[in-house]
Design a binder for this molecule. Structure first.
Ligand SMILES: [Fe+2]
Length: 328
């Protein structure tokens, strides 16, 4: 089970004055060609399943097993990744949560469907990311080390997002949570969801879906691709039990003793991946200081990279098996 490390989280966030970009340049020079080869050839393909436990169910309820996959950034030739993702169904999840950035190629929708097909038919939900709408393009790898790497979105790079949504809704039967709410019945419990379209593209319209859960709901979950503070705050204020997100790639490049260099959004680096707690005003504050009722936040480091920055260091590509259990 994940354990918080309040001392480590607070000291690294508050006392480190070196700019992440300076650290990155220093580190890049230090580990050199062999490190880049490791990051691009080995770690980028070293997929791992992370396991977490969230005590958020009503007392006496049976556990619910959730598989979350995020940031596949799939291109059709990535057969190893496709086969690894297909085996996630072996864990027999009760719920699938897809937090977006599935595509990295104009022809990738059939490959995504093939990777996720064993999970189709299992109750699921999804929220889209920028890499479901627009294909990546070449850019300086250094841009990935900036706090916000957004570039103008060209219409000629528009991905077939309609086909992706059709596959997820029609073939998989998953709920579309892009600026939408929805309900599922799982294991005799009534689950309610609220989600937004990608905040990284400013497509989130939380005000259109805001509000507390219905009285009869046993669990209220927020789902979003990019964990921007404005969305996390809004969901927390509405009383979600947990928020599930992706987008950060866990920083994609992480340094020993420092962690993620950036989150590619306004979330603090200590929450770049894994399980934490969130409440209004939580950014930069260790989860150990969370109010008792604060929702859980799980940020997946995701399974992919942009094809134009195909490296991971200190941050293996991952999917998550989140076991929901009754509150203590
Ligand atoms: Fe991504």
């Amino acid at each position: 089970m994940y354990r918080f490390s309040p001392k480590g989280q607070s000291t690294t966030w508050k006392t480190d004055s070196m700019h992440p970009l300076v650290r990155a340049i220093t580190a890049t020079g230090a580990f050199g060609a062999s490190g880049l080869a490791y990051a691009s050839l080995i770690e980028r393909n070293a997929f791992v399943l992370r396991r977490f436990t969230m005590p958020i169910l009503p007392r006496g309820a049976d556990r619910i097993r959730v598989v979350q996959m995020s940031d596949l950034h799939l291109v059709p030739r990535q057969e190893r990744k496709i086969q690894w993702v297909r085996r996630l169904a072996d864990f027999r999840p009760d719920l699938v949560i897809n937090t977006g950035d599935n595509l990295a190629h104009m022809e990738a929708v059939p490959a995504v469907a093939r990777a996720l097909e064993p999970l189709y038919g299992i109750p699921g939900v999804f929220a889209l990311g920028s890499n479901d709408y627009y294909a990546p393009r070449a850019k300086s790898p250094a841009r990935y080390l900036l706090p916000d790497s957004r570039q103008p979105m060209d219409e000629d790079r528009r991905l077939p997002v309609g086909k992706l949504i059709e596959s997820f809704t029609r073939d998989a039967g998953w709920l579309d949570l892009n600026n939408a709410r929805g309900k599922l019945s799982i294991g005799g419990l009534d689950l309610e969801f609220v989600g937004v379209d990608d905040p990284h593209l400013d497509r989130d319209r939380y005000d259109e879906v805001a509000g507390p859960p219905a009285g009869a709901s046993d669990l209220f979950l927020g789902v979003v691709h990019a964990p921007y503070v404005r969305v996390l705050d809004a969901m927390a204020a509405d009383g979600v039990d947990a928020i599930i997100a992706g987008h950060t790639h866990g920083g994609q490049l992480c340094l020993p003793g420092y962690g993620a260099l950036v989150t590619n959004c306004d979330l603090d680096r200590s929450r770049a991946k894994g399980l934490s707690r969130w409440w209004v005003g939580a950014n930069g504050i260790p989860s150990a200081q969370a109010p008792t009722e604060a929702p859980y936040l799980h940020v997946s480091a995701g399974l992919g990279t942009s094809p134009f920055a195909p490296v991971r260091f200190g941050c293996r590509p991952e999917a998550s098996l989140i076991t929901l259990v009754p509150r203590a």
